[in-house]
Write a protein that binds this ligand. Structure first.
Ligand code: ZN
Length: 391
């Protein structure tokens, strides 16, 4: 009996400890990794603020907010984005992109898929046990979380999955500016767990954009930060074809140059690069060459420029605006957008409410208000209206 009592106390103690962990640890980790160079309130010129106020559709191609178990219905004083801050920033649409696995000691040059930080994070966040050891389940859990926020948002937030729903969002926002939306993406198709049919599972879960790789090589092909720097595999080719059939968007962020070449060679639909920089202003392995920028644009593609130092070689809006200027001069302003990487475990220039600072920097780069409208979201709106599934 004593032994049984001893074990019961032991299990109870472990449970209490675990419950404590899932309430205390996630916000600490979130706050530690998702920092900003500048904190609000932001000091913006009157001219930039006035132009910002007139932007009809502000949108962004990449954020990892779903990774952190943050209640996105509440306003936070850490991290970069949540629904109240999206509303304060007059955001129309944010891509919520799912991270499922990241290597330990992650770096830009050489990572294997042998280790994983996210298992520990998921356990510490108290995620469903089923998702602790399944990358597919990890993705589905994050999809469900975003839909959950939509359900509980009292009509302030919705998930968009088609051109028809996007059209409705645009209409509804004219009556109700206190309305914002998200669409779902995946960063690294290891979430397919090697099964082609899981493309359908991801589609059914609401996902409309997927990047083949993240920080390590997987069954589809090589990462810019992986070991092989290889191209598209047979499996990868089949996945891209299946995605195109379903009008899911292929995202080339983090792909190795060879993988980008191979996808460009077979793609029949426009491609996205959800969060990147350009080698022309910041020459490193994660950024796009001029040749790739030209080919992506020639196919009708869209390139999201990020808001963090390693992508733009600077810690402020000017660095992002310089990259946007470079890309716009090379491929035309219609192919350039914002791809912040908010909440991507990285120091941002600022949180989502600091976006007027980007308008100020774009003005300083010589963009006119019509061009700024396109860069700040008009191009994303038009691209998605054209390329998402119709309904
Ligand atoms: Zn990324």
């Amino acid at each position: 009996m004593k032994i049984i009592r001893f074990f019961s106390y032991g299990i109870a103690a472990i449970l209490v400890l675990y419950l404590g962990t899932i309430f205390i640890v996630p916000p600490i980790v979130d706050r530690k990794y998702n920092t900003s160079t500048l904190l609000p309130p932001y000091n913006v010129s009157t001219q930039a603020q006035e132009i910002y106020q007139t932007l009809p559709f502000i949108a962004d191609l990449h954020c990892d907010a779903l990774l952190w178990q943050r209640n996105l219905l509440q306003k936070h004083d850490y991290g970069h984005i949540d629904i109240p801050r999206m509303l304060a920033a007059n955001m129309a649409l944010q891509a919520f992109t799912i991270v499922s696995k990241t290597p330990k000691n992650m770096n830009f040059d050489h990572n294997t898929g042998d280790t994983d930080n996210i298992t520990t994070l998921y356990i510490a966040e108290g995620r469903p046990v089923k998702s602790w050891f399944s990358l597919k389940e990890r993705a589905l859990v994050q999809c469900r979380a975003l839909y959950g926020f939509a359900e509980e948002s009292a009509g302030q937030f919705r998930v968009v999955t088609s051109a028809r729903e996007l059209g409705k969002l645009i209409n509804d926002r004219q009556q109700n500016p206190q309305l914002t939306a998200g669409f779902l993406g995946v960063e690294g198709m290891q979430v397919l767990e090697g099964e082609l049919d899981n493309v359908e599972v991801m589609y059914q879960a609401g996902i409309r954009m997927m990047a083949p790789v993240h920080f390590f090589d997987n069954k589809l092909g090589g990462s810019a930060h992986g070991v092989s720097k290889g191209g598209l595999t047979d499996f990868g080719r089949k996945v891209i074809q299946r995605m195109e059939e379903k009008h899911m968007l292929v995202d080339l962020a983090h792909a190795s140059p060879q993988l980008i070449d191979d996808i460009l060679a077979i793609a029949t639909r426009p491609l996205i690069v959800s969060h990147t920089g350009v080698k022309g202003t910041c020459n490193n392995v994660r950024n796009l060459s001029d040749a790739h920028l030209r080919r992506i644009a020639a196919g009708g593609g869209l390139v999201g420029i990020a808001l963090f130092e390693p992508a733009v070689c600077g810690t402020d809006a000017r660095a992002t605006a310089r990259a946007i200027r470079y890309a716009a001069d090379l491929i035309g302003v219609d192919h350039v957008a914002l791809g912040s990487d908010f909440d991507g475990a990285i120091a941002m220039h600022f949180d989502v409410t600091g976006l007027p600072l980007l308008v100020e920097a774009l003005l300083a780069e010589g963009f006119n208000p019509e061009e700024i409208k396109k860069i700040m979201g008009g191009n994303i709106r038009d691209f998605l209206l054209l390329n998402l599934p119709k309904s």
